[in-house]
Design a protein around this ligand. Structure first.
Ligand code: UDX
Length: 441
């Protein structure tokens, strides 16, 4: 089989490469010439563990290639996937579909023979139908179907998520289209992966509902964490006991500084907009969006409080700026809210991150970027963990105690144990657990 993948961003590149690993011939196309030039030179423009080896293997096997010419990707393809960005429109938070529609038009102009056009980008309900109408307008004679096939890839674990998914969702009508997609995903049958066939509308809603539900779960436990802090409870124990209930499940109950990333913030917002559009307000998700934004802002105040209420002229060290570990992505990361708030309050900020410094320095100004946690902590009045990278999970506390000006740790990912930190004489705040040494703060 042969497919075209339009868009070599995170989703397109990972999906295209993994389809090639499954034995399909894949041509990835992108308008960004420099990106394609880098990919052709064997350079991977994103940080995703394992992707560089996989791309190299598929390119040398002759199954994966890159181009800037959409014709190369579309001509003779059994299916063409649209995996371009759907960023929130600045004006109203609706998903901006202009890149999706542009790609659909270009596919329409070049496709030949029966072609399945598949949306992999996260698109609001109704988009597959709209693409169908648009393609029909451009090519009234064409033989095609439009399907929805949302991705559920987590950054940092995307290859595994593609190869061993919990489920594959395909929104398709008509046996011919289903057969093409079934054939593409056939290698997953060995793991008995459930493949859910639905109408395109249902499939589009499944994607938003899944992400919004996960974001709700996180926001729920974050608010329970606030309650724990005020009352002496421990959110980790609460989450553990809740998670043992099979109806609730233990995943996505880690309290933290608020969710970020390329999907949850954008998709929750878009779902609330879709709800408004159809007169079916998604009030729970609306609250989640507000609560998460408030939470990210409140985190800076916590750090300031841990520093005694005033950070003017103080040095605050930040560990981790990516929105989660194993990615260089800083989109909607708590760091982008917390660091400027600390700077506005007069703090000098130093920071390090194993992968995201280049990305973060585009948005964060006036930060002293360091190579490692100990340079960050040197002479600091407070150290704050914003991302739970492995590199920050086994810090030498004795060394930190020696080099920090004031022994204060704000652990916003609950990496360390409060009694341990108390023993070492640190003032320690975390999320949803009793603080240490804050009596005098
Ligand atoms: C998410 C979805 O998981 C994936 O299925 C979808 O297709 C894209 O969006 P991703 O954004 O890569 O993936 O990361 P994820 O691991 O889901 O984490 C998202 C955010 O939630 C991060 O900021 C993370 O720190 C936060 N999070 C996650 C928590 O705060 N607590 C948790 O228990 C889990």
């Amino acid at each position: 089989m042969r497919i075209g993948m339009v868009g070599t961003g995170y989703v397109g590149l990972v999906s295209g490469t993994c389809f090639a690993e499954f034995g399909t011939e894949v041509v990835c196309v992108d308008k960004d010439e420099s990106k394609i030039a880098r990919l052709k030179a064997g350079e991977i423009p994103i940080y995703e563990p394992g992707l560089d080896d996989l791309v190299a293997r598929q390119v040398s096997a002759g199954r994966l290639s890159f181009t800037t010419d959409i014709k190369d990707a579309v001509k003779g393809a059994d299916a063409v996937f649209i995996a371009v960005g759907t960023p929130p429109r600045r004006s109203d938070g609706h998903a901006d579909l202009s890149f999706v529609f542009q790609a659909a038009k270009e596919i329409a102009e070049t496709m030949e023979g029966y072609t399945v056009i598949v949306t992999k980008s996260t698109v609001p309900v109704g988009t597959a139908r709209e693409i169908e109408r648009l393609v029909r307008e451009v090519r009234p004679d064409a033989d095609f179907d439009v399907c929805s096939n949302p991705e559920f890839l987590r950054e940092g674990a995307a290859i595994n998520d593609f190869m061993r998914p919990d489920r594959v969702v395909i929104g398709a009508e008509g046996e011919r289209a289903k057969e093409v997609l079934r054939a593409l995903y056939r290698p997953l049958y060995i793991n008995e992966t459930p493949i859910v066939f639905t109408a395109p509308e249902t499939s589009e809603i499944i994607k938003y509902a899944s992400n919004a539900f996960l974001a709700t779960k996180i926001t729920f436990i974050n608010e329970i964490a606030d309650l724990c802090e005020k009352t002496g409870g421990n959110v980790q124990d609460v989450a553990k006991a809740m998670g043992l209930d099979g109806r609730i499940g233990s995943k996505f109950l880690h309290a933290g500084p608020g969710y970020g990333g390329s999907c949850f913030p954008k998709d929750t917002l878009a779902l609330t907009q879709t709800g408004q559009k159809y007169g079916t307000p998604q009030t729970i998700v609306e609250s989640v969006v507000t609560a998460n934004a408030n939470r990210q802002r409140a985190m800076a105040d916590r750090i300031i409080k841990a520093c005694g209420g005033d950070v003017k002229g103080k040095k605050i060290g930040i560990l981790g700026v990516s929105f989660k570990p194993n990615t260089d992505d800083v989109r909607d990361a708590p760091s982008l809210v917390i660091i400027p708030a600390l700077q506005d309050a007069g703090a000098q900020v130093s920071a390090c991150d194993p992968a995201a410094v280049e990305q973060a320095s585009r948005y964060l100004k006036g930060v002293e970027w360091c190579e490692d946690p100990y340079s960050v902590a040197q002479n600091a009045d407070c150290l704050a963990i914003l991302t739970e990278w492995n590199e920050f999970r086994g810090l030498h506390m004795d060394k930190l105690a020696e080099i920090m000006k004031v022994k204060t740790l704000a652990d916003l990912r609950n990496v360390y144990k409060a009694d341990d930190m108390a023993r070492r004489g640190f003032r320690y705040i975390s999320i949803g657990r009793p603080a240490v040494g804050m009596e005098d703060a």
